[in-house]
Ligand binder design. Structure first.
Ligand SMILES: [Zn+2]
Length: 335
């Protein structure tokens, strides 16, 4: 009876619009490249500590994705991005209906995990390899050996397979749009699943007041209250983090500032004082000792004169342009 009731409530849930479906797909496909940018940045800043992260990025992401998607499939019967857009997975045929409450049947849960995590990982690895062979082919580095012939064939086969999968994806989406098909995406179609709007979340019995009361009483070990609260904070952080990585990707994709499009600055005016300080330090008016240039103004000083002056005034003694000691550049002249 309970199973039947669960089936009724689930099939009565609303059908998500194609916009929700494509939005969740877009979110799912943005996370990996965006996180890669973050890892590449860290590797560039800390090459010793994080250099290995870029080499093993695919594997690291596989691990992270596996944990994340497993958690969401287990608790919300949806992938991370589906849950983010308030959707959940439901079997199309009522015969494979739920027997374990809100969870997906185990076979479908495992299948979902494989298609969400493992297949994209293998596809990315294969794509990497095929791209390498394609470059070799275009550069004419593939010869007449059997192995090279096989590589050429693999490149062609991959192109055909890619075309077929993309077309099938379109057909599945078109069928969903016209109401002929139940599953909006190819992986869901393969698994015999569809998406529905998730029921509204039940209000949580534990409040932050309970959490802090427990903390003050030294009962943080009270797992019944603490864990769901901490977990909720963690998962919201992951969800908002997804938006942060999308922002990061947008930031990276922006066109670089077109410096050549700006008008060139006017040539510097020749001033009288330039002639006055020809080959002498403008501070001590002597021949330079350790000639040092201040790039902001272009004047050359003795190192001791200019560094002492900058420490006190923080500006070029001639032009009054703001400057710091760290900007000084030593000149190696025959003086
Ligand atoms: Zn000087």
């Amino acid at each position: 009876m309970a199973v039947y009731a669960a089936h009724l409530t689930r099939t009565l849930q609303g059908t998500p619009s194609v916009f929700q479906v494509t939005a969740q797909e877009a979110l799912g496909s943005t996370v990996k490249p965006a996180l890669r940018k973050l890892v590449e940045y860290l590797a560039a800043v800390y090459p010793n500590k994080c250099g290995w992260c870029t080499r093993w990025y695919h594997e690291l992401y596989l691990l992270l994705d596996l944990c994340l998607q497993y958690h969401y499939l287990k608790h919300y019967a949806a992938s991370f991005s589906e849950c983010f857009y308030g959707l959940l997975r439901v079997p199309i045929s009522p015969s494979s209906e739920f027997s374990s409450g809100p969870r997906l049947p185990q076979a479908l849960e495992r299948g979902s995990l494989a298609l969400l995590v493992l297949v994209p990982y293998l596809r990315d690895k294969l794509e990497q390899l095929i791209n390498q062979w394609r470059e070799d082919l275009e550069d004419g580095r593939l010869g007449k050996t059997k192995l090279d012939q096989a590589r050429k064939a693999a490149v062609k086969l991959y192109s055909i397979a890619h075309f077929v999968t993309e077309s099938t994806k379109l057909i599945v989406l078109a069928r969903y749009l016209t109401g002929k098909g139940e599953a909006p995406t190819l992986p869901l179609h393969i698994l015999g699943l569809t998406l529905r709007d998730a029921p509204p979340e039940e209000p949580d019995e534990n409040t932050w007041a309970d959490f802090f009361r427990n903390m003050f009483n030294g009962q943080l070990g009270n797992a019944v209250v603490t864990f769901p609260m901490v977990w909720r904070v963690g998962s919201s952080a992951v969800e908002y983090g997804a938006f942060a990585v999308q922002l990061l990707r947008w930031w990276d994709a922006r066109a670089p500032l077109a410096l050549h499009a700006l008008p060139p600055p006017p040539p510097p005016q020749k001033e009288e004082r330039d002639a006055r300080w020809l080959n002498v330090c403008p501070v001590c008016l002597q021949r330079w000792r350790v000639p040092t240039v201040l790039p902001v103004s272009g004047y050359v000083f003795c190192y001791t004169c200019i560094s002492r002056h900058l420490r006190g005034a923080g500006a070029c003694p001639v032009t009054r342009l703001p400057a710091a000691e760290r900007e000084l550049v030593r000149l190696y002249l025959d003086t």
